[in-house]
Design a protein around this ligand. Structure first.
Ligand code: KG4
Ligand code: ZN
Length: 375
């Protein structure tokens, strides 16, 4: 098998069952040969967290406990021979929410222990990158540059081979998905913010640009200044709107004096108008896409990458995909939408290449909420 050259020769039908519970998706998948997805089941908790405008860790952990067994059962149903067709078990052990990670990791360990199967803890960031190996005719070619953009992470890495990573840059403050989510909240759009902003930007009449944090001579990123710029513009817009349509306080009486009553409270923050929201969403997205694209293209040039891989939830963004493909000198790959956001098939793919290089985890493996790429 060319794609595991120099590694232990795992059989073509080596089948891994993987679990992913690092955040707000409970997922189980069965993947054959590191690349063929036989089952990919995801139970999203999005609706539950939507009302809070973000993920509530305690709620997420409890929901994983409820969803794990049905999700697992559904994934396993893809194998006619059932458990007998599973050769190894994997689960995400970081980065992510500790309580959430524990649910999947412990379930995976229990299964592996009970069935006497090899077990491996997988790095979630690694897994996002390996989504690019799933269901493709030609696997990615090293060396390559990976741009990982998710709700919790933003980083650029050089991959010289399986498991051989060099971190080139990362965010110094907000992750890009986090910035999408926060800006959506400022604009009164739904959670998760990424798809909501992309949609609002689509029909907008562009007006003005927002700042870009270039952080010259570095592959690092920064998005918190951009988020603050949107916040200030939104506040200005609301003040303007309040001046045009003044408060509903009592009018002065005929003699020009206000009645002797307690002052009316300040007019409540009113929803921003759709035109402004569209323009802000558009300008924000363009700013983010410009910086991400420029740095990924430059990194690929500097390191002679043969490909650029896009990974993580924000890789679902159509504008980012389009712009990166337009500006890059080398082919740009991105996973299909369903494999960009959190899923367990990507965990199984990453696990396959680790197992192939002889790696396994011990029963003592703990969760690591701040696990870094390449560890
Ligand atoms: O990778 P992911 O599913 O979870 C983490 O590991 O964080 O990423 C979720 C993030 C959220 O912040 C969400 O707003 C963002 O991905 N996202 C998008 C889009 N779809 C999801 N951001 C921009 N454009 C999108 N279409
Ligand atoms: Zn993720």
């Amino acid at each position: 098998m060319a794609y595991t050259e120099g590694m232990e020769n795992l059989p073509d039908d080596y089948t891994i069952l993987a679990l992913e519970t690092s955040c707000d998706e409970t997922a189980a998948a069965v993947v054959r040969g590191g690349r063929t997805v036989l089952a990919n089941v995801v139970a999203s908790q999005m609706d539950m967290h939507q009302r809070y405008g973000g993920v509530v860790p305690e709620v997420a952990s409890r929901q994983h406990i409820l969803s794990l067994a049905p999700v697992l059962r559904e994934a396993l149903a893809a194998l006619p021979e059932g458990w007998a067709g599973v050769h190894a078990i994997a689960a995400t052990h970081g980065p992510g929410l500790s309580g959430a990670l524990l649910t999947g990791l412990n379930a995976a360990k229990a299964i592996a222990w009970q069935r006497g199967l090899p077990f491996l803890g997988v790095n979630h960031l690694d897994a996002h990158i390996y989504a690019n190996w799933l269901d493709v005719a030609d696997p990615p070619q090293f060396p390559l540059v990976a741009l990982v953009v998710s709700g919790g992470h933003t980083l650029l890495a050089l991959l010289r081979g399986h498991g051989d990573y060099v971190l080139l840059g990362q965010t110094r403050d907000d992750a890009v998905g986090e910035a999408f989510d926060k800006v959506a909240r400022i604009l009164g759009l739904a959670y998760p913010g990424g798809p909501a902003i992309e949609q609002a930007a689509r029909g907008a009449q562009p007006a003005g640009v927002l700042p870009r944090a270039w952080l010259r001579d570095s592959y690092d990123f920064s998005f918190s200044g951009l988020k603050t710029a949107v916040l200030h513009k939104a506040q200005e817009r609301q003040e303007q709107a309040a001046r045009v349509a003044p408060s509903r306080g009592r009018r002065p009486d005929a003699a020009g004096k206000r009645p002797a009553e307690p002052e009316q409270p300040a007019a409540p923050a009113r929803p921003l108008d759709a035109q402004f929201v569209g323009q802000m969403a558009h300008a924000f997205q363009e700013s983010v896409v410009d910086v991400l694209t420029a740095k990924a293209v430059e990194a690929a040039r500097e390191h002679g990458a043969r490909e650029i891989l896009l990974a993580g939830g924000v890789a679902a963004n159509g504008r980012l995909r389009e712009e990166l493909a337009r500006r890059a000198d080398v082919p740009v790959r991105f996973p299909p939408l369903a494999l960009c956001t959190d899923n367990a098939a990507m965990v199984a793919a990453a696990a396959f290449f680790r197992f192939a290089s002889g790696r396994q985890s011990g029963w003592e493996l703990d969760v690591t909420p701040n696990l870094r790429l390449g560890t």
